[in-house]
Design a protein around this ligand. Structure first.
Ligand code: SF4
Ligand code: FE
Length: 498
């Protein structure tokens, strides 16, 4: 099976007839729904760029299973270079869409499961790894999108899964049968959920004794019986329903999150990759999160490039591009953005080969990368708003601009430098609004904070990986801590004459 074209991807998505709910109603023609379509366009870009010769090196990889050319989003990283190319590919896609393009969660899920299934088999004598490889081959050969689904709603955070008053707040096994398992629960804020052919479920936390039914990983088709999606709202999302697209800011692209519900879904054994092995649940969570924390060092940087460009244009259109403080703000934005990229590349180039044969990022540096992502995009956004000025949030609508009577007044007073059409000035300001406050801010701001784990999750990992004892030993060696101290060798400084 060849790589899919963007058109084939969209058709294959329509053919799934997913159970999607939005504004309290079931959406049947979801691929043409104006509020959903921008997110589908984003996902389609992962197919479009893969077909362009100039991006082949980043977008395609050679499958270690079949030797065939595959989309990198379905690839198991085979080297540190592969890990770095992943980050560069994500920056490219962020630049082309100015949005979250969603396909990374599946890529990060398969890479985490690859080594965890192998290690589980070594310890437990199970055959998860072979099952998983068979499934991976299917994803690669059919060029499918898989949604990596990790985050459970979690209910009362002070209680473990098996003590929750309603156990459904964590995905869990409700029945084990000869032919498979039946699962129930939900996954929250699932990126790209309604744009995926397949779902890969993983546990959300390290499970302990008593939580065996919650230590479950499996895959199922996105349209499996019992799976439904409740579409997540984004700030200013109904602007996408307006006749004109000017006020949306990002004309063609957008992100997508949904609440994914599993209502007694049957999963055959061949698609189960963890079933009660609580001791491996923590590793799966850490590795998926680690890969996704690396991912942000690519995708958010690409979106950052778009925002920096928009801020520079806004300055130009206002006639202030040469002001020294504006230049300095653009430099600061660039410095922050490239620091994030450096982190994404650093955790890739410091990656290691796992016993299963795949390559994994350096965990400490991946967590440092994401910790910076929880901060720097906020500062970049603040500087972009500073440069854009207040008009970004007080500007009249596209309808006003189009109105016969009001339009000329808007044009007269929204003029900037004389060679800039007012419409272009408005377009750029709306883009900055989109990325800092509007629908695009979901991906650029709040997702930078909470996506791939909230800030505290990285701090815990940084503490665990920091090898503080080694640092103490370094300090002791330099300070000669513990060395016998010979008082007799101490001499008073000779007094300086004068
Ligand atoms: Fe990919 Fe970034 Fe979206 Fe995650 S947030 S799915 S890494 S684009
Ligand atoms: Fe994300």
């Amino acid at each position: 099976m060849a790589l899919k074209t963007p058109e084939e991807f969209v058709q294959s998505l329509a053919d799934l007839h997913l159970q999607i709910y939005l504004f309290g109603e079931k959406v049947d023609d979801y691929v043409n729904h104006p509020l959903i379509r921008p997110s589908i366009n984003c996902m389609a870009m992962t197919y479009e760029l893969a077909a362009m010769p100039e991006y082949e090196d980043l977008m395609l990889a050679t499958s270690h299973l079949t030797g065939e050319k595959i989309n990198r989003f379905t690839h198991i990283h085979q080297s540190a270079e592969d890990l770095a190319k992943k980050v560069k590919m994500q920056r490219l896609l962020g630049q082309k869409t100015g949005s979250c393009f969603q396909r990374c969660v599946g890529m990060d899920a398969v890479n985490a499961l690859y080594s965890v299934t192998w290690e589980t088999d070594q310890a437990r004598g199970t055959d998860y790894h072979e099952r998983f490889k068979k499934y991976l081959r299917y994803l690669q050969e059919e060029d499918l999108v898989a949604d990596g689904a990790m985050t459970d709603p979690k209910g009362d955070r002070s209680l473990p899964p098996h003590q929750q008053p309603d156990p459904d707040v964590y995905v869990h096994i409700v029945e084990k049968r000869d032919d498979g398992i039946v699962v129930r629960g939900a996954k929250a804020h699932q990126t790209g959920a309604c744009n995926s052919h397949e779902i890969i479920v993983m546990p959300t936390i390290a499970m302990r004794e008593g939580d065996e039914d919650f230590a479950v990983s499996f895959s199922c088709p996105a349209n499996a019986e019992g799976v439904s999606y409740i579409y997540g709202r984004q700030s200013c999302d109904t602007r996408k329903l307006e006749e004109t697209d000017l006020d949306v800011g990002n004309m063609r692209f957008g992100g997508q999150e949904a609440l994914m519900v599993f209502d007694d879904v049957f999963v055959p054994w061949e698609h189960v990759y963890m079933c009660g092995e609580i001791e491996f649940s923590g590793a799966l969570v850490e590795r998926f999160a680690g890969f996704h924390r690396q991912s942000y060092g690519g995708c958010k940087v690409g979106v950052g490039d778009v925002l920096i460009g928009a801020a520079a244009l806004a300055a130009e259109y206002n006639g202030v591009a040469r002001a020294s403080h504006i230049k300095d703000k653009i430099i600061e934005m660039t410095h922050l953005n490239e620091t994030l990229f450096s982190c994404g590349l650093a955790c890739s180039y410091e990656g290691v080969k796992m016993p299963a044969g795949n390559w994994q990022i350096d965990m400490l540096l991946a967590n440092v990368c994401k910790q910076n992502i929880t901060r720097f995009p906020y500062e970049i956004a603040r500087l972009a708003e500073d440069i854009a000025g207040g008009l970004m949030v007080t500007m009249p609508s596209a309808q006003d601009l189009a109105d016969e009577k009001i339009g000329p007044i808007v044009e007269k007073f929204l003029v900037g430098t004389c060679d800039t059409p007012v419409i272009d000035r408005m377009r750029v300001l709306r883009l900055i609004e989109n990325l800092t406050l509007g629908a695009g801010a979901v991906g650029y701001r709040t997702e930078s904070l909470h996506g791939a784990g909230s800030p505290q999750a990285q701090r815990i990992m940084i503490a665990r990986q920091s090898n503080l004892n080694h640092k103490k030993e370094l300090a002791k060696a330099i300070a000669e801590v513990g060395k016998p101290w010979e008082k007799s060798r101490v001499k008073k400084p000779t007094a300086v004459a004068g």
